[in-house]
Design a protein around this ligand. Structure first.
Ligand code: ADP
Ligand code: GLC
Length: 498
């Protein structure tokens, strides 16, 4: 089974969120499951730098406004997985965030930049660019690579089956429809049953309408996006795809996130030897200028600061977290950046509660590890959450998740209700309504449990014993690939023999 993954990010080279973590781990798990896997990536500076043994596959000439586009093939230096890199300096030779200019606005030529990614992926899938390797499955991720599915669908000789994974339906890749002609696609696609979305051109719809199969990153989110409240205007399109849409839960990369081997944390620890976790907490409190106190429940946030993540609820619930007398001594660390209003609110909270609240407005991978290890609990109060990876990492680190009952959070955390505790199932705390009051209740439940060390240790240990492995996800993807290849190939045999 030859599989080509097309994506804009891959950990550790370029990362803005969980998408990169998935591309950093899933290919190796698929290789372990027997697949022959390659990636196709935009030639962003960090990606070109992170490759070994890059060889020219072919020159593509001048496409999508770039004067010189060269397709190269090499191995990613950190894991030796093969990747094609689209070397197009005019479009990609820009440091920093892959989507945004330094001023935070989108690059004005994102249409061309990500159309090129989809276009190259589709031509690779058609066997036109690398005569030595043609994938059976083209697996495109998020809107950045979605157009590949439309190019494949419009190419009668293309034999690859297409799978499209939605990591986040809220980011759709919308552009003015005046630019449709730049894509080189037939004009019959620019209609409401095609790529048009309320007068705009939608890259997301290229995946939703033209991929042979659609997946998203948790079973619960797969159900949610077929409903109006979570469908971002596309729930009808998703419902229309029926059983072509499924959810496959993300995993945890144990080579990166494992408290027993993590070299970024103050002391290693495991479920059988938890002393290191206490050392990690002390070290974290010292580093952040929090009062060094072993008995203070230390809550944490590691997140993009966007409305998706529901952190405005936390701002409103802060008095309850920090102020209630019997909860005395609770602490909070926030690592993240994004929405200026949220940033300012957390900075204010840190100023008002010195020693209790610490805020780092940054993207800091190493600090994220130290927080996972040193905190007692992690907060993920998202309004929607396709999968969520931080709660999975936290479970592994014995850091108890307090989450909203939504998306992948609901699939991965078991609320410490009376029944779940009796059944030995509880791994965290959950709340339903997206309100500060509901969050505050969950926080109070967590603090009460923390004050009962035996109970807390049980919840921690159960979380640490969970197995959210990429191997399991890879097994599901392999089954899906087999299924879709079988379905698509005979049909193509018929099509090409006509
Ligand atoms: P999303 O992809 O929606 O941002 P996920 O939970 O799937 O959410 O993945 C977020 C990833 O980004 C995790 O690996 C998390 O540790 C990381 N992350 C988020 N914010 C920061 C930050 N400020 N510093 C370091 N890592 C971060
Ligand atoms: C998206 C989602 C997140 C998911 C990640 C990886 O960024 O917001 O929930 O975990 O993709 O699939």
């Amino acid at each position: 089974m030859k599989v080509l993954h097309a994506a804009a990010e891959v950990f550790p080279l370029v990362k803005t969120g969980g998408l990169a973590d998935v591309l950093g781990a899933l290919p190796e798990a698929l290789i372990a499951a027997g697949a022959d896997v390659r990636l196709v990536l935009p030639g962003l500076p960090a990606i070109l730098k992170g490759m070994n043994a890059l060889q020219v596959v072919c020159d593509l000439g001048a496409v999508f406004g770039a004067g010189r586009v060269t397709l190269r093939l090499g191995q990613m230096a950190h894991n030796q997985v093969a990747a094609y890199v689209i070397d197009a300096p005019y479009l990609y030779q820009r440091p920093g965030n892959p989507y945004l200019m330094p001023n935070g606005h989108e690059w004005p030529d994102n249409l061309q930049r990500f159309a090129l990614l989809g276009w190259v992926a589709a031509h690779l899938a058609a066997g036109e660019l690398d005569l030595d390797w043609t994938p059976d499955v083209l697996h495109a991720h998020d809107w950045h690579a979605a157009l590949a599915c439309a190019y494949v669908a419009c190419h009668p000789a293309s034999r690859a089956a297409t799978v499209y994974t939605i990591h986040n339906l809220a980011y759709q890749g919308l552009f003015t429809q005046d630019d449709f002609h730049l894509l080189g696609l037939p004009s019959r696609l620019m209609v409401p049953v095609g790529l048009e979305f309320h007068g705009q051109l939608s890259f997301m719809k290229a995946g939703l309408k033209y991929a042979d199969r659609i997946t998203t990153v948790s079973p619960n989110y797969a159900r949610e996006i077929a409903t109006e409240p979570f469908g971002c205007g596309l729930d009808g399109v998703i419902r229309a795809r029926g059983t072509d849409v499924s959810g496959i839960l993300n995993g945890v990369d144990g080579a990166v996130w494992n408290p027993a081997t993590d070299r970024l944390i103050a002391a290693p620890y495991s479920i059988l030897a938890l002393d290191g976790k206490a050392l990690c907490k002390t070290a974290l409190q010292q580093e952040l200028g929090l009062t060094v106190e072993a008995s203070a429940p230390l809550f944490s946030v590691v997140s993009r600061l966007t409305s998706q993540k529901g952190l405005d609820l936390l701002i409103d619930a802060l008095p309850s977290l920090l102020g209630v007398a019997e909860s005395g001594g609770a602490q909070l660390v926030v690592l993240g950046n994004g929405d200026p209003a949220l940033e300012a609110a957390f900075v204010d909270a840190a100023a008002v509660h010195p020693g209790c609240v610490a805020v780092r407005l940054a993207y800091d991978e190493a600090l994220a590890h130290r927080i996972m290890a040193g905190a007692d609990a992690i907060l993920v109060p998202s309004r929607f959450e396709p999968c969520g990876l931080t709660q999975l990492y936290a479970l592994r680190y014995g850091t108890v998740p307090v989450v909203r009952q939504v998306g992948g959070l609901a699939d991965t955390v078991v609320d410490a209700t009376h029944a779940a505790l009796l059944d030995d199932q509880a791994t965290g705390f959950m709340f339903g309504p997206a309100t500060p009051v509901a969050l505050a209740d969950a926080l109070q439940n967590a603090i009460s449990a923390y004050r009962r060390p035996d109970l807390w240790r049980q919840i921690m240990a159960r979380g640490m014993a969970q197995n959210f492995s990429w191997d399991l996800a890879a097994t599901h993807y392999m089954a899906l690939y087999r299924d879709v290849v079988q379905e698509v190939s005979p049909a193509l045999d018929v099509k090409t023999s006509l």
